[in-house]
Design a protein around this ligand. Structure first.
Ligand SMILES: Nc1ncnc2c1ncn2[C@@H]1O[C@H](COP(=O)(O)OP(=O)(O)OP(=O)(O)O)[C@@H](O)[C@H]1O
Ligand SMILES: [Mg+2]
Length: 395
């Protein structure tokens, strides 16, 4: 029996797939921005869980670095949403940028004193935000808790922008993932400070670019913090892979290693996965590992499918289900009784509750990323086959 190389498929979190499907448009658009550092632009990537946001963000980071940008990256998490923690995160990043800049020989030769001045200023800002994890060699320490983050960031970004211009870097990109956790706090600006500082330095043509990425609430969070945010960002809304790129994401990696899928297998995987990139990786991986022939046949899929579904049930689907409250679970089961989506009218009938009684539950489920509104008055599951999962499991 022929032995094949290890599976090329990459089911996981933010892991580069063997074939990046359906993202050429977005990459082209951002590449154009990156080539024009004098006209800095900001990018916001959003989409439901598992559609490939982090993977695209990583690609764009690679593009940016390839074109000579200094990229500072961070994945945010809930504790960073607290205003002091947020300020610390940003100022830490500004320091990271300065350290990288301080390695630039061109900068040392041409603007050593500017660099030292920036290190002093930014270091002083950072220590003044309390608990502080980066050690900076600074001579100026400014006391006082009543600092304004927007002013401080503006000062720091201005220094960095100017230093980038004198170094071999084109500019700085702040690449932030899971950014939906960051919300504005009344009285202690977080998002608004980042946006106003960025906007101010960009108005002076300094090469700073934000690349933010997060679940759909990120859009509202930004809009609520500054009304001009909608004009600051080019928003890339990612969805499931569209034909024929969905098929290519399954077929191409196998072809490159000398194997193929029977057409019926590809058709069936596209129906199950709905083009959801994570599922394409899961199916590809299971079919590659669980079969031996040069052509992966429909009999292989029939044999392996129950195991694939059982694994998804125990991990992927279950993890989503447990995030819902008992009331929310009941409503999801009502949806599932109609398939993968249901109309509000059907839900009223199935639950015996009025529209205004079910709307809060729907809003809570949308906030958790479990359901969405594919069209007016209809509610659907965000993950393909979630309705089928609910139908085959009792609780
Ligand atoms: N364009 C693509 N083509 C093929 N596979 C992809 C593509 N984008 C992502 N994937 C695969 O999909 C899976 C999920 O990708 P990723 O973690 O980037 O999603 P995400 O949107 O960041 O998810 P989350 O919302 O949980 O952060 C990974 O297994 C990845 O390899
Ligand atoms: Mg991600």
């Amino acid at each position: 029996m022929q032995s094949w190389p290890p599976s090329p498929y990459r089911p996981g979190n933010g892991i580069d797939p063997p074939y990046l499907g359906d993202r050429e448009e977005q990459i082209e658009a951002v590449r154009a921005f990156l080539k024009d550092a004098r006209n800095p632009r900001n990018v916001l990537i959003t989409g439901l869980r598992g559609v490939g946001k982090t993977v695209l963000l990583n690609h764009l980071q690679g593009e940016a670095e390839g074109l000579g940008w200094l990229v500072i990256d961070r994945e945010f998490s809930e504790p960073d949403a607290e205003p002091l923690a947020f300020a610390n995160a940003l100022l830490t990043d500004v320091n990271r940028a300065l350290r990288r800049l301080s390695l630039s020989t061109r900068l040392k030769d041409r603007a050593g004193n500017l660099l030292q001045a920036a290190i002093d200023v930014v270091g002083a800002l950072t220590v003044s935000y309390g608990e502080f994890k980066v050690s900076v060699d600074t001579k100026r320490r400014r006391p006082g808790p009543h600092r304004r983050l927007d002013d401080d960031l503006k000062e720091a970004f201005t220094h960095i922008g100017e230093l980038c211009r004198k170094s071999e870097y084109r500019g700085m990109v702040l690449r932030y993932d899971e950014f939906h956790v960051i919300r504005e706090h009344p009285g202690s600006p977080t998002l608004s400070a980042l946006l106003s500082a960025t906007s101010a330095v960009q108005q002076h043509g300094l090469p700073l670019m934000l690349m933010l990425c997060g679940l759909p609430p990120v859009v509202d969070n930004l809009a609520r913090s500054k009304s001009y945010s909608e004009r600051m960002f080019t928003t890339l809304v990612l969805g499931n892979l569209r034909p024929p790129e969905d098929r290519a994401a399954l077929v191409d990696p196998a072809t490159r290693l000398g194997r193929r899928f029977a057409d019926e297998v590809v058709d069936a995987v596209m129906i199950d996965s709905g083009g959801y990139p994570f599922f394409i990786q899961v199916y590809g991986d299971a079919l590659w590992n669980g079969s031996h022939g040069e052509t992966i046949q429909i009999a292989d899929l029939r044999r392996l499918r129950p195991r694939i579904l059982a694994t998804l049930d125990a991990g992927f689907f279950r993890a989503r289900y447990v995030r819902a409250s008992p009331n929310e679970r009941k409503l999801m089961r009502n949806i599932a009784s109609f398939g993968e989506s249901a109309t509000i009218e059907q839900l009223q009938q199935a639950s015996g509750r009025r529209n205004n009684e079910i709307q809060p539950t729907i809003s809570a489920l949308i906030a958790k990323g479990l359901v969405y509104r594919p069209e007016r008055a209809r509610i659907g599951f965000t993950a393909p086959m979630f309705g089928a999962f609910l139908q085959r499991t009792l609780d």
